[in-house]
Design a protein around this ligand. Structure first.
Ligand SMILES: *Cc1c(COP(=O)(O)O)cnc(C)c1O
Length: 397
């Protein structure tokens, strides 16, 4: 067998993967239209109404509220759902820190419930045991672009009178049982930060089917105004969290390519899953058949548990990177994040410990990531990835 590239052997691959973002004259033309309109702010309403309408329709939602980013989108969704300081919010620990900080930023307390080891999504079977008299909401995080089990989570939320928020930052365009994510729960939030599948540099969106919650969210993000009220009529205390017209212009351009990119990612993810399936030491994730459209923001796969106990995850990553395969480490489990623990203690006065062995083990030993742009490459590129994974993982045998 060939010597590993890290030891001076031949690299599996030197060709780069597709760059991100992808754009052309369309974005330039749309931005120019906004520039020439002179209405650049979030009250300009040049491109924003069309963006909100299209984004809601894409996800089968009735109402959309555009917002500055995906983090505060969750904060505003929680507040529009009635979550108050001191209330507990159940969420998975396997997610970006923003899921937890969005609550902690106003004194709501994240309560971590472990993920399923084979999907990395919030485990509905473990949620009920974490519900207390202080629990107000559950955040389902559609990590990597795969909807969490919304049917089960909605049933649990309804049974206990809790709100269900969907953190769909990674799941633009994803579908659960044929219905768009975002408004299957009470509210859903999205991010348009640079790495996300629809990108405006920064930006966010809130979706809901509930008119009152949409109006509440809009008001909180528009300095406490009400929709048909006067400019200096403030009914509540809110922030200015409006998205600009320039962002909306870029997003309309980006949205025009979403369908084609989603199809390509799905096709490549399917192929890569099949190829990795045959490699000793590699494990692919389970996909619930109810995930009728996966946004593939990340392609996650695992080092087989037996092998993962014998090797160092960072060593595997270094060796794969040397072969030209851009895998990365991913998250540190949020239940062990020092900032989250410290901020929680600030609000509750206690150091809370959570046992989330599936998330912790995945972070420390097993899960590897490929970013969504890698799935925008061609079929032969997927074969390169599989060849690199095979070469590196079998070198440990
Ligand atoms: C990106 C992301 C966010 C935060 O979005 P920003 O726009 O960066 O604030 C929240 N949750 C998840 C799961 C994300 O991936």
């Amino acid at each position: 067998m060939d010597k590993l590239a890290i030891d001076g052997g031949p690299r599996i691959r030197t060709k780069p993967f597709p760059a991100w973002p992808i754009f052309d004259e369309l974005e330039e033309r749309l931005i120019l239209e906004v520039v020439r309109s002179g209405k650049w702010g979030g009250t300009g309403r040049v491109k924003l109404p069309e963006l909100e309408e299209k984004f809601a329709a894409l996800h089968d939602a009735k109402h959309a509220v555009s917002i500055v980013n995906g983090t505060v989108a969750i904060t505003i969704a929680l507040q529009a759902a009635g979550v108050l300081p001191g209330d507990e919010v159940i969420m998975p620990p396997y997610t970006f820190i923003a899921t937890a900080s969005s609550a902690l930023l106003f004194g709501a307390i994240p309560v971590f419930v472990d993920v399923e080891p084979d999907t990395m999504l919030l485990d509905p079977e473990k949620v009920e045991a974490a519900i207390t008299s202080k629990t107000k909401a559950i955040i389902a995080v559609h990590i990597a672009g795969s909807p969490a089990n919304l049917t089960r989570l909605k049933a649990i939320a309804d049974k206990h009178g809790l709100r269900l928020i969907e953190d769909s930052a990674q799941a633009v365009g994803a579908r659960w049982n044929g219905v768009g994510v975002g408004a299957l729960g009470d509210l859903g939030t999205f991010s348009f930060q640079s790495s996300k599948n629809i990108n405006a540099g920064e930006g966010g969106m809130i979706l809901t089917n509930d008119r009152e919650m949409a109006d509440h969210a809009w008001s909180l993000a528009n300095v406490g105004r009400i929709r048909e009220g006067g400019w200096y009529q403030h009914e509540t205390i809110g922030w200015n969290l409006r998205m600009t017209e320039l962002q909306a212009a870029i997003l309309l351009g980006q949205l025009s390519r979403l369908d084609g990119q989603m199809e390509l990612r799905e096709r490549n993810a399917k192929l890569l899953t099949e190829l990795l399936h045959d490699i000793p030491g590699a494990r692919t994730l389970r996909r619930d058949p109810q995930v009728t459209r996966h946004a593939q923001h990340l392609f996650m796969f695992r080092i087989d548990p037996e092998l993962a106990d014998r090797v160092n995850k960072n060593d595997v990553i270094r060796k794969l990177n040397a072969e030209g395969i851009p895998v990365s480490y991913g998250y540190v489990s949020l239940n062990r994040n020092k900032a989250v623990i410290k901020e929680t203690k600030k609000w509750t006065g206690e150091e809370r410990e959570y046992s989330c062995p599936n998330s912790e083990r995945a972070c420390d030993k097993e899960i590897l990531w490929l970013n969504q742009n890698v799935l925008l490459a061609g079929e032969t590129d997927m074969h390169d990835i599989a060849a690199g994974v095979r070469k590196v993982l079998t070198s440990f045998r």
